[in-house]
Design a protein around this ligand. Structure first.
Ligand code: SF4
Ligand code: SF4
Length: 163
């Protein structure tokens, strides 16, 4: 079987346009049935992808850090909330609070997360393909360039859902 991360690297740029168009058309199928099918596909795709071989999200996409995340992480790493905000957080162009640095400051050389047990909610939920898939269609279309799993999930859906 072809390595899914390598095949994503080879195909993502060429497939982006068609998959973007597909996710737009998929909006007419929004709902629980699509969400369930996407969740099942997510399960299958992740059986062949180990995030520790990838870390694409941690390397290229700063996650949203909400208030609860910031309070929890700052406490765990022994910083005041104010110092944590100053050292690690910024506001992005969508006015979301995110980590300042990419690759993430907490990403270690072995691609593990040094704050894994108390990482932000957005990191735990990424790539948002197993729950409420339909609500994030435009997000998935952008994400396929960063996340091999998202790419393969969309490819599988495209093969199976006539739009
Ligand atoms: S906090 Fe951890 S899981 Fe989240 S982006 Fe950073 S390294 Fe990745
Ligand atoms: S980009 Fe996708 S496949 Fe890669 S580490 Fe993140 S969630 Fe896993």
């Amino acid at each position: 079987m072809e390595d899914p991360i390598q095949s994503w690297k080879n195909k993502k740029d060429g497939a982006q346009k068609a998959l973007k168009k597909f996710t737009k058309k998929l909006s007419q199928h929004r709902g629980k049935r699509l969400d369930q099918f996407a969740a099942d596909t997510h399960e299958k795709v992740f059986q062949n992808i180990d995030c520790l071989d990838c870390a694409g999200c941690c390397s290229g996409l700063p996650p949203i850090v909400n208030k609860t995340d910031a309070q929890r992480i700052s406490k765990k790493i022994g910083l005041s909330l104010a110092e944590f905000k100053k050292q690690y957080l910024t506001i992005d162009e969508d006015q979301d609070t995110v980590f300042q640095q990419t690759p993430c400051s907490f990403l270690m050389e072995d691609k593990k997360c040094s704050i894994y047990e108390f990482r932000p909610k957005a990191c735990r939920e990424y790539p948002h393909t197993d729950v409420n898939f339909s609500k994030n269609l435009s997000y998935h279309a952008k994400n396929l360039l960063y996340c091999p799993a998202t790419f393969h999930i969309l490819e599988q859906l495209k093969k199976n859902i006539p739009v």
